[in-house]
Structure formats: C-alpha cells, structure tokens
Ligand binder design. Structure first.
Ligand code: 13P
Ligand code: SF4
Length: 394
C-alpha cells in the first residue's frame, strides 16, 4: 500500500511506527463479535422466519450488517421497506428518521422496530417543526411563500415530511436530490419572480446540488439560521434568493476538510477523491466524484485494481469497502476516527435483544408515526418515489 506521511488511517493495512494510528496487529485477532451473541441472533432470526425483514443502512457495524436481509442507502431502504407487505416486523438497523419513514411506507399491520431508541440523527434534530413553521411564516410575511416549494432531506422527522406534504413539497435523498429540485422548480415555474426552494435540514446537500447539478451560483443561496431573529436574513435577501438553505449539517461529513484533500493530492500519486454530498461545498469542489453511499459503493466496485481512493463518508462503510476490495488502495479522508455515533448505537446486543423479544412475542421499540402526520408525510414521500425519470441517480 502507499505510504502516506499523513496522520490518515490506512484502514488496518500496513504499519507506520511513526504514527499512533494504523499499526497492524500481528497474528490472528479473535472474532469481532461474541460467537454466543451471533448464535443467539441467528436463532432468533430463524425462529421468526418470514415474519421478520431486517434492513441495514450502509453505515451500520459489520456484525449487524451480517444479519440484514437487504442493505442500502436511505432511498433504497425506503423502497425496500415499502416492497415487503408480507413481513410482520421490519427491524430497521439504521437511525430513527429511517424507521419513521419505513413505518409510513408500510402497512398498518406491520410493525417497525428500531433496536436502540437512542439511534437518532443530529442533523435531523437541527430542524424542528416549530422552527420550520416560523420560517414559513416569515416567507409568507415577505410575500414569497407562494413561489416557494419546501424540500426536505430524508434525514428529517416525520412531522417535517408532513409539513412538506401539506405545502406542496417533496422528500429527497442524496440519491435523488437533483431530480427532486428539478421537480420542485417546475412546480412554481409560473411564479412572477421565479421559483424558490426552501431546503432543509442539510445546507450542504442543498447547496452542492443547486450549484453543481442545477447551475445556480452560491450567491443564489441564502442560509436560514433558526437560532437567529428572522433566520439571520433580510426580507430583501429572501426575495432575491433562489435557494433558501436551512442551517443544518451532518456532524460526520462536516469533518472532512479541503486541507486534507490538498495534502493527499500532493503526497499520494493518482489519488481520486470520492465524497458524499453532505460534505461542505469546499470539499465537494475539490473532489473528483460526489454521490450517495450507493454511488460510492458502485464507484469502488467498478474501479480498476490498483487504483487509489480517498473516501469522505462514514467510517464503517469505508472500512468495509477497504476490506472487500483488497486489490484497491482505499484511504479514509480524515485525520481521525469518524464513525456516526448514533448509527453505531445499533450493536449486536441491542439487535439480539430486539429479535429475541419479538421471537418471544414481546413487541419492543416500535416506531409508530401518528396517523395524521403519517398521512401527510406519505404525500411527500410518495412524490419522491414517483419522481420522473431516474429517481435514483447520482
Ligand atoms: P444516504 O443513505 O442517503 O447516502 O445518506 C447518508 C446518511 O447520512 C444517512 O444518514
Ligand atoms: Fe445523521 Fe450524519 Fe449520522 Fe447520517 S451520518 S445519521 S446524517 S449524523
């Protein structure tokens, strides 16, 4: 593997005695998962049989992914959940907003279970329904609300998806943000001063998609900060903007920096930089390729042997890619460990507990969206699933 004079994790391969990181352990390591827990998880899954369907997001730990019936990014998992009407239990190995979406997309008799209720998402928490309603009121007062389509990233609570459903808006994921924005701008194409989008909670996905895919400039975007009076923007700025971006971000993807990209380009021959669109605009501008987790995986699968990649997304996925593609040189685009702490809440003990409880007839950790919220959230989710053309592209 390439020797890099950088404090980057070489993902378990190689030895660098000058660094505290990346030093290989000689000899055989014991199994990462307790074999007894693995056997209990398998026994519970066997006992439940077709009554249970296990979904695993790509950022989940390996020991949990091992029990997933399907893996995917948030768009694929939403579709997969909706396509399993026969399963009585959907065990969602991911985070809370994904389980909520699965509950909305599945039948009333199906139960969605999140093995650890502490598996939330800090980005989703950055937009609360009361704050979103205040922002909308400000758009009404500024006389622009009639030109605005609200677009929420999948990474948001069900009540915010319902807000979008009620107000002519749509849900998007990192796989289909471009198609969703195209759709949104078409809805208000006749607006006298042009269509606008209120995009939440991830300002970076909104800005990256608007600028890199829709041909807008950064100057066409304003940032609404829910913690500032009137969002920190003037009425004139709201009227002039095409994209009104919510001041939210992913604490995991927000860590990647342009400086590390520069260092890598200067020191690692032929390195290609592959990042998720939740990274900042500055990082995305310096990357070779940008796309959702499904896109990142398919890019690495199609890459030639011997090629070198520095990947800017969650570490469980990057480590899995490095392990499953030993013929490619895969680096992590950060100087320190960068797991998503809430995704990591789903571990084998919680998974075993949830599965054994279900197998014993006890329903635990059900995620249930109230019917009125679910009804409107489904409108916005269905608009996403019905998006024209390729609704799952990067
Ligand atoms: P995708 O699954 O849409 O790639 O999103 C990544 C993410 O941060 C999920 O929480
Ligand atoms: Fe939320 Fe970021 Fe974790 Fe995804 S990776 S669940 S957006 S904090």
């Amino acid at each position: 593997m390439t020797t890099v004079d950088l404090p980057l994790l070489p993902l378990g391969r190689g030895t660098d005695l000058n660094s505290e990181r990346g030093v290989e352990c000689p000899g055989d390591l014991p199994a990462p998962s307790d074999p007894e827990l693995v056997a209990r998880a398998q026994a519970a899954k066997d006992k439940l049989g077709d009554r249970v369907f296990v979904l695993g997001h790509h950022y989940q730990r390996d020991e949990v992914i091992a029990f997933a019936d399907v893996t995917g990014d948030s768009f694929k998992l939403a579709r997969d959940a909706a396509a399993r009407p026969a399963a009585e239990f959907i065990v969602f190995c991911g985070v809370h907003f994904m389980a909520e979406s699965a509950d909305i997309l599945t039948g009333p008799e199906q139960k969605v279970i999140l093995p650890d209720l502490a598996a939330g998402c800090s980005m989703a928490d950055m937009a609360r329904i009361g704050q979103v309603e205040d922002a909308w009121d400000a758009l009404v007062d500024a006389g622009v609300a009639d030109s605005v389509v609200p677009v929420t990233y999948m990474n948001s609570s069900a009540d915010i998806k319902a807000f979008c459903g009620r107000n002519g808006g749509v849900v998007c994921t990192s796989s289909n943000a471009e198609v969703a924005l195209e759709w949104a701008f078409e809805q208000k194409a006749a607006a006298p001063d042009g269509a606008k989008v209120l995009f939440f909670p991830d300002q970076h996905l909104g800005r990256n998609t608007a600028v890199l895919k829709m041909g807008l400039g950064v100057e066409d975007c304003v940032v609404w900060d829910p913690h500032q009076p009137h969002g920190g923007v003037t009425v004139e700025e709201l009227r002039a903007a095409t994209m009104i971006l919510w001041k939210g971000h992913c604490s995991v993807h927000g860590r990647f920096s342009p400086a590390v990209v520069d260092q890598l380009r200067a020191t690692v021959p032929d390195v290609q930089i592959l990042v998720h669109p939740e990274c900042t605009h500055e990082v995305v501008l310096k990357a070779d390729l940008v796309g959702s987790t499904e896109f990142i995986i398919s890019t690495i699968e199609a890459a030639p042997a011997g090629s070198t990649w520095a990947i800017g997304t969650e570490l469980n996925l990057v480590q899995r890619l490095a392990r499953t593609h030993p013929d490619k040189n895969i680096l992590f685009l950060d100087k320190s460990v960068c797991y998503c702490s809430t995704m990591n809440r789903i571990d084998l003990p919680h998974f075993v507990w949830a599965m054994e409880s279900l197998a014993a007839g006890t329903l635990v950790n059900q995620i249930e969206v109230d019917p009125e919220t679910a009804r409107w959230a489904l409108v916005a989710l269905q608009r996403m699933l019905d998006l024209p053309g390729k609704s799952h592209r990067d």
